[in-house]
Design a protein around this ligand. Structure first.
Ligand SMILES: *[C@@H]1O[C@H](CO)[C@@H](O)[C@H](O)[C@H]1NC(C)=O
Ligand SMILES: *[C@@H]1O[C@H](CO)[C@@H](O)[C@H](O)[C@H]1NC(C)=O
Ligand SMILES: *[C@@H]1O[C@H](CO)[C@@H](O)[C@H](O)[C@H]1NC(C)=O
Ligand SMILES: *[C@@H]1O[C@H](CO)[C@@H](O)[C@H](O)[C@H]1NC(C)=O
Ligand SMILES: *[C@@H]1O[C@H](CO)[C@@H](O)[C@H](O)[C@H]1NC(C)=O
Length: 227
């Protein structure tokens, strides 16, 4: 084979190879993009089907699979990726449970289900909501222990579990929430002593724990608490 032919064959194959790489790259982008928005839709459809009462028909008509979830009531999306960023279903008279699918909303930064009658335990899969900054589950009928995995939601700034039927102890892992500013767990069935670590959470500004079965001292480090 002469050099000229050899080099043009090489160029040809390199070109094809690079085209193929580009093809796989773009296909994987498209596939993964669709997968994630579909995953978000599945998660919200699962939530809708675990809601047993919707007295004002907020979701019955509005949460139609014919439309993008970004147009659904209470949902906002990230403009760049079309992923669900906030879910706000506060004070809608809803009753039901949280399905494990909700843990698939990996872009979620705010979840507000406050002021409804959601019940049962929180699914462990919520541990995957690593971007979550605000979790408001207050004024519902949630039960089960305050989950140990809550300490893995390391972006949490506001955690409100007030007025539910949560039991167990305050998990020590809570001290892992280094950017937590608000911790409201009052009016539950939480027992045991307040972990020493709570007094050392440097960003904490609002701490409300009244009406539980807590005992023992609260160690203050450098915070001013509203108790
Ligand atoms: C659902 O509600 C939102 C906000 O009120 C509205 O913008 C949207 O058009 C509604 N979608 C349907 C299908 O009714
Ligand atoms: C959704 O689309 C289907 C088929 O295109 C249609 O039959 C149905 O009425 C639509 N539902 C709503 C709520 O628009
Ligand atoms: C989402 O989460 C559920 C339960 O955690 C799981 O069964 C499901 O396969 C996940 N993925 C999709 C694409 O819905
Ligand atoms: C949390 O939910 C409760 C009950 O709906 C509401 O009163 C409160 O304002 C909410 N807090 C935040 C920070 O959204
Ligand atoms: C504490 O947070 C880190 C990430 O910041 C996480 O890897 C670790 O699992 C968390 N620990 C607990 C006990 O949740």
């Amino acid at each position: 084979m002469n050099n000229k032919l050899y080099s043009s064959l090489c160029t040809f194959f390199t070109y094809c190879f690079s085209l193929q790489l580009h093809y796989y790259f773009f296909m994987s982008l498209i596939v993964s993009g669709t997968n994630f928005t579909t995953r978000d839709k599945h998660a919200l459809v699962a939530l809708k089907s675990s809601i047993t009462q919707d007295p004002h028909h907020f979701l019955t008509h509005n949460w139609s699979t014919n439309f993008s979830v970004c147009n659904w009531f209470g949902v906002t999306c990230d403009h760049r990726h079309g992923r669900v960023r906030t879910l706000n279903l506060g004070d809608m008279g809803l009753s039901g449970t949280i399905p494990s699918h909700l843990g698939n909303l990996s872009f979620l930064i705010e979840l507000n289900l406050g002021g409804n009658t959601f019940h049962h335990n929180l699914p462990q899969e919520l541990v995957h909501l690593r971007r979550l900054k605000s979790l408001n589950l207050s004024y519902n009928e949630f039960s089960g222990n305050v989950p140990q995995w809550i300490g893995a939601l390391s972006s949490l700034q506001h955690l409100n579990l007030k007025n539910n039927r949560f039991g167990g102890v305050i998990p020590k892992s809570i001290s892992n929430l280094t950017v937590l500013e608000t911790l409201e767990i009052g009016h539950n069935l939480i027992e045991g002593s307040i972990p020493y670590e709570v007094g050392r959470m440097s960003q904490l500004r609002i701490l409300s724990m009244s009406v539980n079965h807590l005992s023992g001292p609260l160690f203050f480090a450098w915070n001013q608490f509203v108790l």
